[in-house]
Design a protein around this ligand. Structure first.
Ligand code: SAH
Length: 355
């Protein structure tokens, strides 16, 4: 990507593109390997000490590594979950979260500044979408966090898994998200397996088909949140564009193409989508589909008039799915003390800063 000041974002380049860029500066191709190794470590240009000073100056004039800087981090006392606020090169703020699981650390990354999908329960979308993130900025979140945790916890600390579940709708920023997936998966890059990456989407149907055809078998998570169109329309404007049937048909295609099961996210919203009849309807809809349902009690958002149901309703809903042979679990709520839900931390920061 070329920024407004004409500089190239190195983290967003493939190894081939980086080589071309280095050649265009009149340098030999092998320098690109050295630069690439530094990028992987999250270093900035002035730290690339095996390059001559004059090359570093030349590089800095024409490029930067990535424009993502951790501005604030907050660690949950409950479970070690860590939230980050990042400042981008143009001053925009995004947020992310690192979750500690027994199978490794997972980083939740944002794909846009804000979001334009308008889901009624989500804080990320309250002010619409400011802009798309570049692939380098999505990768930059990972590079910045790896660096941050390595400084604090030692060289071996690093992110194992990535979920594209932060602010933004990944399939509304399709090209940059696909580029990011290829970069993060590249053996000469971060080399993170696609099986360790989940992409969560509200279900932009044509893009689901495109994704299935990319041969990037990431775990697909669909934010379903309803058993039928009428209820889904109450919660998610995207339901006016695509029916539940159309979403499910695209999921079937994804499963056929990738051999991977699909995850359905289902946030329980009191009085809207959590009756036993809703669970029954969802079960019949999903019957025969290779899938799993992640049930999430709604995280209340201050600006929204919606809340989660009581414990009994949550348990009954999951039980009802299980009785009907739909695999379902309750998603662990993490970082409750540090505003774990989407977009909440960024919003409170922006309010505090009055921007
Ligand atoms: N735009 C993408 C990814 C971002 S949201 C998507 O729609 O999937 C990540 C997940 O968190 C989605 O399943 C979203 O519906 C859910 N979510 C958003 N706000 C929430 C809240 N207040 N409580 C529970 N889940 C929420």
């Amino acid at each position: 990507m070329i920024d407004t000041d004409g500089k190239i974002e190195l983290a967003g380049l493939t190894s081939e593109e980086l080589k071309e860029f280095v050649l265009s500066l009149g340098e030999s191709a092998f320098r690109s390997k050295q630069i690439s190794a530094w990028i992987k470590q999250g270093a900035q240009i002035d730290e690339m000490t095996n390059l001559s000073k004059s090359l570093r100056e030349k590089l800095a004039k024409a490029s930067y590594v990535h424009g993502v800087e951790i501005t604030r981090s907050i660690v949950s006392k409950l479970d070690g979950t860590e939230k980050y606020l990042y400042t981008l090169r143009d001053g925009n703020i995004i947020e992310g979260v690192r979750m500690r699981y027994h199978y490794g650390d997972t980083l939740c990354v944002s794909t846009q500044v804000g979001c334009r999908m308008g889901c009624r329960f989500c804080a990320s979308t309250l002010e619409g979408c400011v802009r798309n993130l570049t692939a380098g900025e999505i990768l930059g979140q990972l590079l910045a966090v790896n660096r941050h945790i390595q400084k604090l916890e030692g060289e071996s600390a690093h992110i194992h898994n990535i979920v594209l579940m932060g602010s933004g709708e990944p399939l509304d920023n399709y090209d940059e998200v696909i580029r990011f997936l290829r970069l993060v998966n590249a053996p000469e890059g971060m080399n993170i397996s696609l099986r360790n990456i989940s992409l969560s989407t509200c279900g932009i149907v044509p893009k689901l088909y495109s994704l299935a055809d990319e041969q990037l078998p990431v775990t697909l998570s669909i934010s379903m949140h309803a058993p039928n169109d009428a209820i889904r329309k109450q919660l998610m404007p995207i339901a006016n564009a695509y029916t539940v049937d159309e979403v499910l048909k695209a999921c079937r295609y994804y499963i056929d193409k990738t051999g991977r099961r699909v995850i359905f996210e289902y946030a329980l919203v009191k009085g809207v989508n959590c009756s036993e009849a809703d669970a029954d309807e969802l079960s019949s809809r999903l019957r025969g589909l290779q899938c799993h349902v992640n049930v999430i009690p709604l995280n209340s958002v201050q600006e929204r008039d919606l809340s989660g149901p009581d414990e009994e309703t949550i348990k009954a809903f999951i039980k009802r799915l299980e009785i009907r042979h739909i695999s379902a679990t309750r998603r662990r709520e993490m970082g409750d003390d540090i505003q774990g839900a989407c977009g909440q931390l960024r919003r409170s920061y922006l309010k505090e800063a009055d921007v």
